[in-house]
Write a protein that binds this ligand. Structure first.
Ligand code: PGA
Length: 253
């Protein structure tokens, strides 16, 4: 059976709480009908304040949801964070860790990304681990070296070998493509995904991680990007808050 293709909408902080709920209420029938297309899974990643009402709205639907972040501790002195216990209670099946905006603005490190991912795995929530290089590294042809560096704490910390259920998503998002007009070239993404598959095989992960691409995915380039070997889905920023654009991305193959 062919695997599902994931469309993951990272709403970032684009919407206020009220706007987010208006958006999802307005377009829910449309999003649900998109999931009726073969092999299509849709995951919303709203800001933490919207998780509770979103859970009520989406509970009986095929739409999935998750968080944009998780606190480093299971509970305790961690002001301004959301705990893995709350994420579970809010029905999150997924949580993003290590988005480049967190790495740049909040000092997220490869080690803290690995710790957050491990915490999620031990709570049965699938981590969506973001990695990606900046433009200087890309231009110097050093992308794979940097990805190796970013992933090393993760493979040393997260042990999926003991679990038969737990999944892991690796979201490759070159920083120089996020929020820009052009996605990374198809061939570059293909090389990275091939390298990632080999890297995780070498580290004896029981489950092959699902490999996601993010960074300037739009209806203009999605049909081409979908042809990339080994690609399991898209992480969508701007296109994740524009239903018409999202719909085209899902439909165009
Ligand atoms: P973008 O953002 O689709 O707006 O480029 C992607 C992301 O940051 O996940």
């Amino acid at each position: 059976m062919k695997k599902s293709f994931f469309y993951i909408a990272n709403w970032k902080m684009y919407f206020s709480h009220t706007e987010a709920l208006q958006f999802v209420t307005k377009y829910m029938p449309g999003f649900i009908s998109l999931t009726q297309q073969q092999r299509t899974s849709i995951i919303f990643l709203p800001p933490a304040d919207t998780l509770f009402p979103l859970q009520i709205l989406l509970k009986e639907t095929p739409l999935l949801w998750g968080a944009q972040h998780v606190g480093l501790l299971e509970r305790g002195a961690c002001s301004g964070q959301i705990s893995v216990l709350s994420l579970r209670a809010l029905g999150c099946q997924y949580a993003l860790v290590g988005h480049s905006e967190h790495r740049e603005m909040l000092g997220e490190t490869d080690e803290s990304v690995a710790r957050r991912a491990n915490l999620l795995c031990s709570s049965g929530i699938t981590p969506l681990v973001c990695i990606g290089e900046d433009s200087t590294t890309y231009q110097a042809g050093k992308t794979l070296d940097l990805l190796h560096e970013q992933l090393t704490p993760l493979v040393n910390t997260v042990s999926l070998a003991s679990s038969t259920q737990q999944e892991l998503f690796i979201c490759y998002e070159p920083r120089w493509a996020i929020g820009k007009d052009e996605a990374a070239p198809q061939e570059h993404i293909e090389n990275v995904l091939f390298w990632l598959a080999t890297f995780f095989e070498k580290h004896h992960f029981t489950h092959k991680p699902r490999l996601i691409y993010g960074g300037a995915v739009s209806s203009e380039n999605s049909a081409t990007l979908k042809k990339i070997n080994g690609l399991d889905g898209f992480l969508l920023g701007r296109a994740g808050i524009d239903f018409q654009e999202f719909e085209k991305i899902v439909h165009y193959t």
